[in-house]
Write a protein that binds this ligand. Sequence first.
Ligand SMILES: NC(=O)c1ccc[n+]([C@@H]2O[C@H](COP(=O)([O-])OP(=O)(O)OC[C@H]3O[C@@H](n4cnc5c(N)ncnc54)[C@H](O)[C@@H]3O)[C@@H](O)[C@H]2O)c1
Length: 309
Amino acid sequence: MHFALETLYVMVMSVYYTMEALIQLVVPSRRKSLAGDLVLITGAGSGIGRLMALELASMGARLVLWDISQEGNRETARLVKGKGATSVHSYLCDCSNKAEVYTVADQVKREVGDITILINNAGIVTGQKFMDAPDSLIEKSMEVNSNAHFWTYKAFLPAMIATNHGHLVSIASSAGLIGVNGLADYCASKFAAVGFAESVALELLATKKYGVKTTIVCPFFISTGMFDGTITKWPSLMPILKPDYVAKKIIHAIQTDQTYLYMPRSLYLIIALKNILPTKTGLLLGDYLGAFNFMDAFRGHGKRDSGIK
Ligand SMILES: NC(=O)c1ccc[n+]([C@@H]2O[C@H](COP(=O)([O-])OP(=O)(O)OC[C@H]3O[C@@H](n4cnc5c(N)ncnc54)[C@H](O)[C@@H]3O)[C@@H](O)[C@H]2O)c1
């Protein structure tokens, strides 16, 4: 195309899409029904995974629950059945183990069918300064929080591409957008998860597989127990998020085909500022927001119970 014509086209469409986004801020988007969808949630045995399962159960979705914890997964299955879910399939799966992911994925395809919504949610945190963290935990963080996403996509994306229908959901973190003192390996794994999900989303668009939707979720700390002890300096600006709120927002994002979901909303501004401010100003702002001390009193799960029933 002619340079001037193409430039004009981009300018007009940019204005159009910006107006569209502004309108969507006030006019609620249409929500797609998830009834009958076959949804796989990794890390379904507690926290956000369990709460998303409960939310999806009440919408008539069929559920495949994966977790490394048999006990947690069983409890989630019991709870979602109590919510009226009729199709619930639990599998013990260590997502950090590629061979196990492929084996259990084949079992799911044989026994239940093709997954239409894949939620990569399983996650762990080391919570130690990088030089103190054992190599084994650093490797495990990468395996669970990012590599596992490669293997689940390889297992379940082909059927979505073949039918040009499906949804890939990556539960990443605000730590996948901005570095955090005391979370080096976790941030590395979440940055990887974001970069991977974003790139596959582009591959799908480039091959015109518009029916396969993608959502990348980046929340700040959530009170599930995973980050127990972490501190937020200004709770009104950067609140520790409520698990129930987060789960509902994620399901809403899936229903409205939202590509990125950052929580709380102030995170959109903080990430934009990080990218445009001079480094020293950005560090000043980071210090003001308490970013150097988030992890000072971190305890994490310690106890395994997230307190979510
Ligand atoms: N809690 C937070 O503050 C927070 C903030 C941002 C993002 N996240 C992300 O949200 C997701 C859910 O976290 P959560 O807060 O519900 O934590 P959680 O610890 O309550 O849940 C994580 C689940 O993943 C499972 N799991 C861990 N390793 C696994 C493995 N190898 N294979 C299969 N399952 C495994 C655990 O058994 C557990 O049920 C994670 O990816 C986490 O990184 C959490």
